[in-house]
Design a protein around this ligand. Structure first.
Ligand code: PBG
Length: 333
């Protein structure tokens, strides 16, 4: 059957018809809001390359989380910026640091909010890498994979004890999902879920985040290509996802999102676990910058991007636009 009998335009004629046949529906609870926690009170340090995003002290984190919850957002992920950094990143598991105190305050204020902890050493090490550096047998300086595992496990346990419902390792060390799962279980935290950044690419789209989290590599290798994935690879994404599933991940993340929609789809078809996708800082910065110039309509393009990520297969979308997008959706309803 074809034209003139088949006319797809019939179902596009009115908004109600379009709604009737719509295949993908975004909702505020699809979004996870990333927040950057610092010590102090009443501290708000805006991030230049991410308009609308700021480093916040715990009191303001709680306020921001309340606003998000009211808009329908049901999960947030915390990143910590410590007061002091060292070669090992020991502030990562500080029970008095901004992340642990943040989770305690959030659990009290908003018991229904799902609290997620990003687990990585790069905000806590003075050199900015995702684990301690060592000179390998051939004289190359690299992140020490196996020495990083117990550090990640220690941080994950501290966050879970402080109230995180989910821990999310983003470091890309081999074996970290198993190491974290074992440590959680040994500490009586078998109920804490594990969202693995299983498929994380070495991406230029993280640029603004490294300003936000003060986590750019400063010593040793100039980039993270020796542990994060090559943007050209998709079969390797299957391999990474399968390994983390075997090690005990409850959810799998693909990151970044926009240039990797095919990867999201590939992982979606590989597993029945929930899939998260990270609409990262550089994607947000591009949207904001073009909108500020008046070159694109932020709301329209923002929702189109999020719809695309969901259509590709994401069940959960980490996005700095979470609160705005939740409101845009309410305006439409
Ligand atoms: C930590 C981490 C990064 C992001 C999330 N967790 C940065 C990196 O790997 O360099 C990036 C998030 C974003 O760009 O929005 N390893």
């Amino acid at each position: 059957m074809s034209f003139p009998i088949d006319r797809p335009r019939r179902l596009r004629r009115t908004e109600s018809l379009r709604t009737l046949v719509r295949e993908t529906h975004l909702k505020p609870s699809d979004f996870m809001l990333p927040l950057f926690a610092v010590s102090g009170r009443g501290v708000r340090r805006p991030i230049g390359s991410m308009p609308g995003v700021a480093q916040l002290s715990v009191d303001l984190i709680v306020e921001e989380a309340r606003t998000a919850f009211k808009a329908g957002v049901r999960s947030l992920i915390l990143f910590g910026i410590p007061d002091k950094k060292d070669a090992e990143g020991t502030s990562a598991w500080d029970p008095n640091g901004p992340v642990c105190t943040g989770f305690k305050a959030l659990k009290d204020a908003l018991p229904e909010m799902v609290l997620v902890a990003d687990v990585c050493m790069c905000e806590y090490t003075d050199h900015g890498h995702c684990g301690p550096l060592e000179r390998d047998a051939r004289g190359h300086v690299a992140v020490a994979n196996d020495k990083t595992l117990p550090l990640l496990a220690k941080a994950a346990v501290a966050y879970a004890q402080a109230g995180a419902d989910i821990v999310a390792p983003s470091d890309m060390m081999d074996g970290r999902v198993a190491a974290i799962r074992r440590a959680l279980d040994e500490h009586g935290l078998s109920e804490t879920a594990l969202l693995s950044y299983a498929v994380k690419y070495a991406s230029g789209f993280y640029g603004p985040f490294r300003e936000a989290a003060d986590s750019a590599p400063r010593e040793g290798p100039k980039d993270r290509k020796a542990y994060q994935m090559d943007p050209a690879n998709v079969r390797e994404a299957r391999r990474e996802a399968l390994l983390d599933i075997a090690e005990g991940a409850d959810m799998i993340m693909v990151k970044p999102a926009l240039a990797y929609l095919d990867v999201i789809n590939e992982v979606k078809r590989l597993t029945d676990l929930p899939i998260a996708a990270y609409n990262v800082s550089g994607e947000y910065a591009m949207l904001k910058a073009a909108a500020q110039q008046g070159w694109i309509d932020e709301k329209r393009v923002g929702l189109e991007i999020l719809t695309g990520i969901k259509r590709a297969g994401a069940d959960i979308i980490l996005t700095y636009s979470a609160v705005d997008a939740a409101r845009w959706l309410q305006d439409q309803a």
